[in-house]
Design a protein around this ligand. Structure first.
Ligand SMILES: [Zn+2]
Length: 349
């Protein structure tokens, strides 16, 4: 592979490469066999560095990217989006690939900066932000919907979720689609009345359960208030409604550890050592599905990955104990012994 040419603003390309190598090792040690990154930056130079470090055959996992419509709009007119998205399929190399017919859109702002848009606002009076202006969001959604794309939508507040539900409703009436799998990404705050709509409209949830661990105690005192903070990432309701559910890290927004994510979703024990919203805990089996088969389903790859069966890649992780059998409070302490990925053995150090 040819060493990538890196533009000058990448002040320290060697350090970026070192950083990626450290990341690669870290991800392997967590027992991960495949990663997906919805919302990839639109930057060919950075992509080349990723291809260089993560693309070779000895990389212990495959890296799959989904473009971000938000970043692409910094470079292109709306009318060019679809063609330019298709062109991205040639950007990967080796074990780094772009997923066909998938795109990431954005509604409201981030959880850690309290920029999510909440139906009832914040207790200290500050306001959240929209990452895509409503008209642009609607125009862009329509383009990808009509082109048959699976649309992943970043959301953190319940008002952000209303925007997603409304737009799917509207477009599905105009141009009905089977199995569209529009994905709610992050799933910070939602209201109980939205669960039914998620189910009826055929959406799926890709949640970051670590928000509960890191923020539910803090946010009960700052900005959000007790009641809403305890119900953040309401995965119990999602599971009871039989909505397909996967767990993600959005690293560095959570440890990129499937076991840590399972632990967060199953226990909901926060930094104050309290259980936040006990009714929103999910079973260890639902959490395990959330980092395996349902994770594959979320990126439309359940035919190839996510479980061991004939015709799929026999990728798997060897653990010291079964997360379905240990005390739920010990899931995070299970050791990763190694992984088997596409026929190769990768031992944990
Ligand atoms: Zn996001």
């Amino acid at each position: 592979m040819v060493m990538p040419k890196i533009m000058q603003y990448l002040a320290a390309p060697q350090r970026i490469m070192q950083g990626l190598e450290i990341t690669e090792k870290y991800i392997q040690e967590q027992g991960v066999t495949l990663i997906a990154n919805p919302g990839a930056m639109y930057n060919k130079d950075i992509q080349n560095v990723k291809n260089y470090v993560l693309g070779d055959i000895d990389t212990p996992f495959r890296s799959l990217f989904i473009p971000s419509a938000l970043y692409m709009l910094e470079h292109f007119e709306i009318s060019e989006l679809l063609n330019e998205t298709e062109a991205l399929l040639s950007w990967g190399s080796g074990k780094v690939q772009y997923l066909p017919k998938q795109i990431k859109l954005f509604t409201d702002g981030a959880m850690y900066s309290q920029n999510m848009v909440l139906r009832d606002g914040y207790i200290d009076g500050h306001k959240g932000t929209w990452l895509m202006e409503e008209k642009i969001f609607e125009d862009v959604f329509k383009i990808y919907w009509d082109a048959g794309y699976q649309i992943h939508i970043h959301q953190n507040g319940d008002a952000g979720l209303d925007r997603i539900l409304d737009i799917v409703d509207k477009n599905n009436l105009r141009n009905p689609r089977e199995d569209h799998r529009t994905t709610i990404v992050h799933f910070g705050y939602s209201a109980i009345d939205q669960i039914d709509r998620i189910k009826q409209l055929g959406l799926i949830v890709s949640a970051n359960p670590y928000y509960v661990t890191a923020l539910s105690d803090l946010y009960s005192k700052v900005g959000v208030g007790y009641e809403r903070s305890q119900e953040m990432v309401r995965l119990g309701d999602v599971a009871r409604a039989n909505i397909p559910l996967s767990l993600h890290s959005d690293m560095p927004m959570a440890p990129a550890s499937p076991l840590a994510l399972m632990h967060a979703a199953v226990n909901r024990v926060n930094y104050a050592n309290k259980v936040a919203g006990p009714n929103q805990r999910i079973s260890a089996l639902t959490a395990l599905m959330g980092v395996t088969l349902n994770a594959a389903y979320t990126i439309n790859l359940e035919e190839d990955y996510g479980s061991i069966s004939v015709g799929k890649y026999a990728n798997f992780t060897v653990l010291s104990d079964s997360p379905l059998e240990v005390d739920p409070l010990e899931i995070k302490d299970i050791q990763v012994k190694g992984t088997i990925v596409e026929g190769k053995v990768f031992r944990a150090p």
